[in-house]
Ligand binder design. Sequence first.
Ligand SMILES: C[S@@+](CC[C@H](N)C(=O)[O-])C[C@H]1O[C@@H](n2cnc3c(N)ncnc32)[C@H](O)[C@@H]1O
Length: 414
Amino acid sequence: MPDLPSSLKPIDEGGTILNVPFVSNPRGPAKKENGVFFNPAMEMNRDLAVLIFAATLPHEDTKILDALCASGIRGLRYAREIPLLLSHLSSSDTSLLTPTSLPTPSPDPSLPSPTSLHVQLNDTNPLAVKLAEQNAAALGMEAQVSISHERAQYAMSKEHFDIIDLDPYGPAVPFLGSALGSIAHKGILGFTATDTAVACGSYAKACQRRYQARGLRNHLCHEAGIRIIMGHAVRRAAEHDIALFPLIGYYADHYFRVTWRVEKTRSKVGKQLGQLSVGLYDPATTTVETLPWTPATPLEYHAKGKLLFGPYWDGPLLDPHTLSRLTALSQHPHALEMGAIDNVHKLVDLWNGEAGMPSFFYDTSEISRATKKEAEPRTKLIERLQEQGYKAARTHFTPTGIKTDAGWEVVSGQ
Ligand SMILES: C[S@@+](CC[C@H](N)C(=O)[O-])C[C@H]1O[C@@H](n2cnc3c(N)ncnc32)[C@H](O)[C@@H]1O
């Protein structure tokens, strides 16, 4: 077994202290330094994953797989911090978990008991496994955590898990089939995808090959990209009679992250497939016209002057129940200690405005380009639409975008 490098450094994420490889340029592109991968810029991704898994924990005997663990940071944070988030509330703190649809916090026995959480950390890199073992031991977490040194696909072929986290280099696609086989009915699957350029249409052939889809190369590319990745996952799951329900899907810092509830119920699969569409973007009105997707929908649809993209998931990205639990948990005293909590709050705030809004958005610069008029500031536009009785909100996809149920004539004032 190779030796771990001496240039490890301790870091503290969410109060979980562990050794990670020294990263020479924390803001630069993520890479494997000193033999084990670590990307400090993904702290918000990890903070959110801890909160989202806590908000969606399926039951008291939850078994989590961190399938691609590198230093072990994610899995060790889940093992240590999910119990903190679910158990540190006294009955006087229950107001933190508003709205009232939320379960009563511990010690109410109806809440998943944090003591029975078990996390398996896995990686193919022997150095990563060694570091994860050392980190687990240093935290005194050997009882809650097991560590395996296998291909993730093999680890998932042997056992069922209630929660699976896939945090790969690039796309989650190579791991999806095994994860769908391994995940329990009503389990939770979270994956990160960093192949945004592919899903956003910069590499058309790769997008066609990997997602059997066509990307959209304009200001809507990130929302189109995450929806293309989600549409592909829904179709892959359907092959196995599995229905995927998105709980939280978002774009940030050049990655996509989607957390799903997985239901192995054949009768629900058709409805999820029915939420796939093919889009036609019209530059004249900056809007997307949709065609329902079926396996027979022709990918080549010649509409003059319009851009065809998809198929993509055209249903919600945010589940309201999960979002309200996440919103409440993000105010938990433990959450307030997380390193990226300010950015988590900003995102959660934007999501609360976006939930329930239609797919895609208007962009103030694009409206200006199409109308040849000066751009109306975003806040003013939102106020004007709301005064006219429409729903309107900011979007997390871009600082110049607004989501609304108003049509082009109203938005453009034409
Ligand atoms: C992006 S890193 C994971 C980062 C980590 N989850 C974190 O939050 O810091 C991807 C990891 O996947 C591991 N890996 C790549 N292919 C694998 C496979 N087929 N099975 C298991 N691990 C794999 C790599 O060794 C690497 O440590």
